[in-house]
Design a protein around this ligand. Structure first.
Ligand code: ADP
Length: 331
């Protein structure tokens, strides 16, 4: 039984994807935990950093929680809750904003990408888009998490969290546990099937290159069979730089079936057979999740109960840590 504390979260900005599952959620469900050791959060405040529709955020929050349970999170073994139900996150975020710098936040890759997109669309860049990694640091530090299981795109934010924690501890006395990111061995960055140079992201506009966890088998097969592959001779090779499309398919196959993506490549002479095997593997991976989701979706009251109890437990864990930080900083 693991005794270390882990925390991770997911934003309700769209329907959960295969990228979310292979990069993050699968790491959350495979370990054996006790409720106080493993905290998983639907980080709804983070969904407000870009253009949002209130009713949709609320609906997607519940849908994300239901899918996490369907994916295998066991409420008897972990704490599942919604970020906005626990005030300690925003209470702590302000103190951490007083510890982080503007320059540090402007260097974040996600900020640069999303701010550029918001500017192009004419939407304007919300201030919270800049400060969101500090709120994420608060999410993690409030629970004294030692490990943060995430996909590769969140690694930089966890590094920032470490920097903030170390700096706070140095200035104000030991207050926070310094966490580290843990990434899956394969598929830490699942790429869009139509544009294998950008990650498969749930909030991206086009759904054609994104496999959603609730996609029906026929839809999954169609998306995988139409995946962009790379031109070039030499058959099926695993090279993420020069053959990103094929490497992505091999990563997905390796993550679904076990094994090493480069070794799997040797078994194929053409893209068609590879795509068929990837489609089969993804359909099989998603089948049990979709079956459990169908059952749980019929009982929203049960999901609400899990979230209410989760928030209660999370609050109890976070409050003393945040109170300690307030005292340390001079309040
Ligand atoms: P999104 O970018 O889809 O909105 P979130 O920011 O909610 O995802 O991230 C939830 C978790 O899923 C994070 O740990 C993140 O690193 C992981 N994740 C998101 N997209 C991918 C991807 N394409 N490949 C691997 N992991 C991913």
């Amino acid at each position: 039984m693991a005794t270390k504390r882990i925390f991770s979260g997911i934003k309700p900005t769209g329907h959960l994807t295969l990228g979310n599952y292979l990069g993050a959620v699968r790491q959350w469900v495979t370990a054996e935990y006790e409720p106080e050791c493993a905290l998983f959060c639907v980080v709804d405040l983070h969904a407000l950093t870009v253009e949002h529709e209130p009713a949709r955020v609320r609906r997607l929050s519940r849908q994300a929680a239901t899918l996490l349970l369907a994916a295998g999170l066991d409420p008897a073994r972990c704490t599942l809750f919604v970020q906005s139900h626990v005030d300690e996150h925003t209470r702590l975020a302000y103190l951490l904003e007083c510890t982080a710098t503007d320059g540090e936040l402007r260097r974040m890759i996600q900020y640069k990408e999303k701010a550029a997109r918001a500017q192009v669309s004419g939407e304007g860049v919300r201030l919270s888009l800049l400060t969101y990694p500090v709120l994420m640091a608060a999410d993690i530090l409030a629970y004294e998490a030692q490990e943060v299981p995430v996909g590769e795109d969140q690694q930089q934010h966890v590094e920032l969290t470490r920097d903030i924690a170390v700096r706070f501890n140095q200035r104000y006395g030991h207050t926070f546990t310094v966490p580290r990111a843990t990434l899956p061995a394969v598929a830490a960055r699942v790429m869009d099937l139509q544009d294998p140079t950008s990650k498969m992201g749930k909030s991206h506009d086009s759904g054609a290159g994104i496999v959603y966890l609730l996609d029906e088998p026929g839809v999954v097969r169609k998306k995988v069979m139409r995946a962009v592959t790379d031109s070039g001779d030499g058959g099926v090779l695993y090279d993420r730089r020069t053959r990103p499309g094929v490497a992505n398919l091999l990563d997905i196959l390796a993550a679904c079936t076990g094994g090493d993506p480069a070794a799997l490549a040797d078994g194929y002479s053409g893209y068609g057979a590879l795509k068929r095997d990837v489609a089969d593997a993804v359909v099989e991976l998603l089948r049990p999740v979709q079956e459990r989701h169908a059952e749980l979706a019929g009982d929203p009251a049960q999901v609400e109960k899990v979230l209410r109890e989760g928030a209660g437990r999370a609050r109890e864990l976070a409050r003393p840590v945040v109170d300690r930080a307030y005292r340390a900083i001079g309040l």
